[in-house]
Design a protein around this ligand. Sequence first.
Ligand code: DSN
Length: 404
Amino acid sequence: MTTPTGDVTVDGLVARERMRRSTTLQLIASETEPTAGVRAALATVFDAKYAEGYPGARHHGGCAVADELEELAVTRAGALFGTEYVNVQPYSGSAAAMAVYAAFGVIDDPVLALRLDHGGHQSHGSRANFSGRWFNPLHYGVRASDERIDYDQVRDMALLHRPRILVAGAASYSRHYDFALLRQIADEAGCVLWVDAAHLAGLVAAGVAPSPVPYADVVTVSTNKIIRGPRGGLLLAQQRHAAALSKAVYPFVQGGPAVNTIAAKAVAFAESATPAFADHVRAVVANAAALAGALTAHGLRIVSGGTDTHLAVVDVSARDLTGLDARDRLEAAGMVVDKAVIPFDTRPVAQGSGFRIGTPSATVAGLDTGDMETLAGWIDEALRTPIGPRHRAIREQVADLLAG
Ligand code: DSN
């Protein structure tokens, strides 16, 4: 329960959103629930503090406590991920991404990343994003045969185009990466290896996915996906890149950091180092595998045949549905997902032929692998018919499940 704002209109919207979140199932792969400690840290007096610069070298006065806080967050993140350089100031994963471009690239440099329609992210060279407008985007893809990254194509393109930055990491790719091979390719091509671990970082912190830290020049993280932290970003890098990255974050990309968010990140990093968090993440991954397996048993195709992570992309083209139709039918039945494109999709991005599911929020809500079988049945049923009474009935069953 949050403290009322005193603004009746805003409080009304907060109440409605709380009701929506507690009575429907959040299966959006990039969402989790911040912990109570994280939410408490966000609402502290640190939200008033200006602290442009870095500990010991601030533009503003009165930063001694803020310095201690930032150093604490840096130390905790360094220990959690085993990295030399940490920057806790990025406002978001996208702001951290922009700092990577600023630190390592100049306008028009070639940047090689996973195709957006194969699961990549808009900050990896979408023409609608600064990365595709100010840099020269080149894209590798997944193989048609197994929908896994085509590392031969990565190498061929890297050697042909000699990009400034090779990017790994994605928004909708459910398989582990071969970071050692990516490092080898980056060395052969003489480029920087940037791993966008926005989605992966929580899995890495819990030890359930390979860490990019030993291999990448720089790793970007979102602290609000599987990590149950505040909405924000994080940079991890080799020490030799410290000066370039620090200057890129502040003052090139950002002004004063959100000090209350840094407090919440410090809380989240400590919580993410506990055995309880590792157990939680193992349950997230087990739930994703169970849900993907149960959906397959209902005849739905999972892109790449399954998942190693917290997310999966479900192909609905055989049901003669678009991803948008699927999203709407599922939401009517109380299950909130994202529409998605599938590799080699023939439909426009605005519709797509699939939907993306993720299990972090459902796992926080207490659901287990047995519940995933139930969900798969509801998903299958909700996809079969246009929105109607059966969707409302499933929605009530979802609410009952969440009410425990
Ligand atoms: N919005 C995030 C996601 O849904 O994956 C990416 O930034």
